[in-house]
Design a protein. Structure first.
Length: 275
């Protein structure tokens, strides 16, 4: 289309040039400007002069319009750049607001008895293989993160740091088969070990083991970290009891737990770097 437009513009300019040449030639032939020849020539070229004037006015408007279109295009490009920048600023402000909300929530669960040193991080990938449930976060040793740091949200425990490099780390989550921690039933006060299991991983559940066979455990009872082992601070919510039952040999009881934190939805976490 642009090439066609340029061709038409070239033809218009060529026509103008030919008409101007014709007018000039006719004027030179009529040296006697007051004689009959001049009158005849004037009558003949007057329509041509009008056409030339009209075409000249059109060409002027055309070139003016092209200049205006270029200016409008530049203005539109500038406005698009400004809109894109404003949208980026809005997204950044929304992200900061989410982080501030998460920080306020996490501070609400940190008690006065234990002082946590926390580092915030964002989850950048979820690994949902059949044999593992691992998250990757955007913080690493440069941010003070170490292997075995506990990872939490305002709702409760997420897991622990299983590997770390300079700028990122991997988090083994509660439901992963490589996860285990000492746990405490908040009402009945029985202790056991909360651990991930291959047979429960796809359901987003984990198992509480090594409970006394005669332990009276209620469905819905909250399970928290006991603080034993030195990795997890005491009192972090792990989840709630879904069901209980005896082991095959009948010598101990187990419970199926549903984590308090939805691992599939978590986006911002906190690393307990010291407590």
């Amino acid at each position: 289309m642009r090439q066609l437009f340029k061709s038409r513009l070239f033809i218009a300019i060529l026509v103008i040039a030919l008409l101007l040449t014709a007018v000039t030639a006719a004027s030179l032939l009529s040296e006697n400007r007051s004689g009959p020849v001049h009158n005849v020539v004037s009558a003949l070229i007057r329509p041509v002069q009008k056409s030339v004037t009209a075409i000249g006015d059109f060409a002027h408007r055309l070139f003016s319009g092209l200049g205006e279109n270029d200016s409008l295009r530049e203005e539109n490009d500038r406005l698009r750049e400004e809109v894109a920048k404003l949208e980026a600023d809005i997204r950044e402000l929304e992200h900061q607001a989410d982080e501030n909300e998460a920080m306020r929530a996490i501070l609400g669960i940190v008690g006065t008895e234990v002082q946590y040193t926390l580092q915030m991080g964002d989850i950048i990938s979820h690994s949902g293989h059949t044999w593992s449930r691992v998250l990757t976060a955007d913080v690493g040793t440069a941010d003070g993160i170490s292997v075995y740091d506990a990872v939490i949200t305002a709702e409760g425990l997420v897991g622990f740091v299983s590997s770390v490099d300079l700028t990122s780390c991997r988090i083994t989550t509660l439901v992963d088969s490589g996860m285990s921690c000492s746990a405490l039933l908040s009402r009945s006060r029985y202790t056991g070990v909360a651990e991930g299991s291959h047979d429960l991983m796809n359901e987003g559940l984990l198992r509480l083991t090594l409970l006394p066979a005669d332990a009276e455990i209620s469905v819905g009872e909250t399970v928290v970290t006991s603080g034993l082992g030195g990795i997890y601070p005491k009192g972090l919510v792990i989840g709630t009891v879904e069901s209980t039952g005896l082991t095959d040999n009948g010598k101990s009881r187990t419970a199926i737990l549903r984590p308090k934190v939805d691992i599939t939805e978590v986006s911002t976490v906190f690393f307990v770097t010291d407590f």
